[in-house]
Design a protein around this ligand. Structure first.
Ligand SMILES: C[S@@+](CC[C@H](N)C(=O)[O-])C[C@H]1O[C@@H](n2cnc3c(N)ncnc32)[C@H](O)[C@@H]1O
Length: 275
């Protein structure tokens, strides 16, 4: 039974969800005016707010149906949401995967497997091989800005979500990204695409960047989640701008070694330059 407070909280939560959905629907009514062309991506850095709206439109009308179904599965409110993020991020992943076609992919901070399963789904759609790894404690471990539910077996749940889409199981390492085993895995390959979305505190995010950028193939890409606070992005009510730690880290990225290639909301992607 609901207490007075939790009933009020639940009604308020439902109203916010409704307003967010309505606001996104209004944005999505127009057809998108973006493509995967690099010139269009540059717009994301000049005007991240307008570009974000285009990514929302692209998600609703141009992205592969499999991407939309995948997002619906992970974002389903009735299932208490299996994944974080925003619909526009599925557009970002589609653009990045199609352009860079990574043969391996590493995610730090897996939660319930939304992004690594999307990468595998893309590889199946394109009939290409892509080795997928995730490093995460698979527990409710959070940080100074995030808390997670305690009643989920995150490891089994991630595997179940892969099975739902009939995808081959990923490589999963149960560890904190700063543990010796994790550093060993990160250092064991030249990664072609990495997504950093684990602990959002500056010191840890910085260590994740250092370890992953050392093992990134020239031309490879690192996506930093929650790093939009220091940009011109003005989020609509169904989006967020990020957290201080990853945002400070993104500002410090060495532009002599990395080029920012795209920003979609609070996600920013950096490509390692040759040499
Ligand atoms: C925001 S969630 C990731 C969401 C996921 N990327 C997605 O798109 O659905 C952050 C995850 O990182 C995990 N995490 C926390 N500290 C970590 C650390 N030091 N190393 C790796 N993962 C960590 C959390 O337990 C949580 O599962």
């Amino acid at each position: 039974m609901f207490s007075g407070m939790s009933m009020a909280g639940s009604i308020k939560g439902s109203c916010i969800l409704l307003l967010q959905a309505l606001s996104e629907w209004k944005v999505a009514r127009r057809p998108p005016r973006i493509s995967m062309a690099p010139a269009d991506w540059e717009r994301s850095l000049r005007d991240p707010t307008a570009f974000y709206a285009e990514c929302v439109r692209y998600f609703h009308s141009e992205a592969p149906a499999e991407f939309r179904e995948h997002r619906e599965y992970f974002h389903n409110v009735r299932e208490n949401r299996r994944g974080y993020g925003e619909n526009a991020f599925h557009t970002m992943w589609y653009f990045l995967l199609e352009r860079f076609r990574p043969r391996n992919f590493l995610e730090i901070g897996v939660f319930r497997g939304q992004v690594i399963s999307l990468v595998r789904l893309w590889a199946r759609l394109r009939g290409v091989g892509c080795e997928v790894w995730g490093i995460s404690p698979f527990s409710s471990a959070g940080d100074s800005v995030s808390t997670y539910r305690k009643d989920i077996d995150y490891y089994q749940d991630t595997l179940r979500n892969f099975e739902h889409f009939k995808l081959p199981a990923p490589g999963l390492l149960r560890a904190y990204s700063t543990d010796a085993q994790a550093l060993e895995l990160i250092g064991s390959k030249q990664w072609e695409m990495v997504y950093i979305d684990g602990n959002h505190d500056y010191e840890v995010a910085r260590q994740d960047w250092e370890a992953c950028s050392r093992s990134l193939q020239p031309g490879g890409v690192i996506v930093l989640d929650d790093s939009g606070l220091t940009t011109a992005f003005r989020p609509p009510i169904f989006a967020t701008k990020g957290h201080p730690g990853p945002s400070q880290l993104a500002r410090e990225v060495d532009r002599a070694k990395f080029r920012e290639v795209i920003q979609v909301g609070h996600n920013r992607a950096f490509q390692r330059l040759p040499g």
